[in-house]
Design a protein around this ligand. Structure first.
Ligand code: ADP
Length: 298
């Protein structure tokens, strides 16, 4: 598989007088999973449809490795739309083989590829069942198989985890990670911030059609870490409340969460805690993605 970096620059889109995307720019790097988050109506689906060429932008560029996207590039893209699109009466294996054939696989290769992918997605016992007879979660696994059947270079998934139980989330996540490990650039939207947090390498946060944050998950976390620290000690942590230079945010027994005015202050507090004995743990407290999300969209 050839791999490429997908890059959006200054994308704008209006419906009538209403601007729904305003100067949207971000990258989706090969070999990485990029989580695309934002509330309902933020513009995620519109952005994805523009990348796929299903909708045209009013302005801006979508490029693959620095060149404008062509129809041929898009043939190597995979897409899982929010409105699912498999044939209800078709059998699962037959459906995926059919799609593989459309992508030019020989009969034998299509069958092998489809069987392997469906097995990876845990559908090996359902190959000869019709799509409509599957549970919604299993239909969704089949939909993931459909988007991956041609080993896409760029994979765009609209809410691939919605409605999946935790086990199925792990199965689908594993398949996406394997695809990224082979070099695919993957963009997926999700409302499940805990899943996004666990899975993604990079994050794009959209609100009201504008990008509020974009970059690596770890950098974003570090950026929003502030100077919060968590101390767990065997004794009572109440003495922290009178320490200068810190604000105790949460406190119970030996547990305390506090904000320090500087890293030096935090180190001083740690030494004081050690002098008192029984420090079980001391660490900077990183906010969850849900907290970061709330902060950046405000
Ligand atoms: P998301 O996927 O983040 O929920 P969408 O991209 O679906 O957001 O929608 C972004 C905004 O564009 C919403 O306010 C939505 O109502 C509006 N919108 C989407 N499609 C159309 C359309 N065909 N005509 C008019 N407005 C639309």
């Amino acid at each position: 598989m050839t791999t490429g970096k997908l890059e959006l620059s200054g994308i704008t889109k209006s419906y009538g007088a209403r601007r729904v995307l305003d100067d949207v720019s971000f990258q989706v790097a090969p070999g990485r999973l990029t989580g695309f988050v934002g509330g309902n109506g933020a513009g995620k689906t519109t952005t994805m449809r523009i990348v796929l060429g299903l909708l045209s932008a009013d302005g801006g560029r979508v490029e693959l490795d620095g060149s404008p996207l062509t129809a041929e590039d898009r043939r190597h893209f995979g897409y899982m739309p929010e409105e699912r699109g498999l044939y209800p009466k078709m059998k699962v294996l037959e459906q995926i083989v059919y799609l593989a054939r459309l992508h030019g696989f020989s009969k034998t290769d299509a069958a092998a590829r489809a069987t392997a992918l469906l097995t990876e997605l845990g559908l090996d016992a359902r190959l000869n069942d019709t799509i409509e007879s599957l549970s919604l979660g299993n239909q969704q696994r089949a939909q993931v198989a459909a988007s991956l059947v041609h080993d896409p270079e760029v994979l765009i998934l609209d809410e691939p985890f919605s409605g999946l139980d935790p086990l199925a989330v792990d199965v689908v996540a594993g398949v996406l990670q394997a695809s990224a490990a082979k070099g695919a650039a993957i963009l997926f939207s999700s409302h499940q911030l805990d899943v996004v947090e666990r899975l993604c390498d990079d994050l794009v946060i959209l609100a009201g059609g504008t990008i509020r944050a974009a970059g690596s998950r770890d950098a974003l976390r570090a950026e929003h870490a502030g100077d919060r620290y968590e101390l767990v000690s065997a004794g009572d942590a109440g003495w922290l409340r009178t320490e200068p230079g810190i604000t105790v945010l949460d406190f119970e027994g030996g547990y305390a969460l506090f904000e320090a005015e500087s890293a030096e202050t935090a180190q001083r507090v740690l030494r004081a805690a050690v002098d008192r004995g029984d420090v079980a743990s001391f660490a900077p407290k990183h906010p969850s993605l849900a907290q970061i999300f709330k902060e950046v969209i405000q």
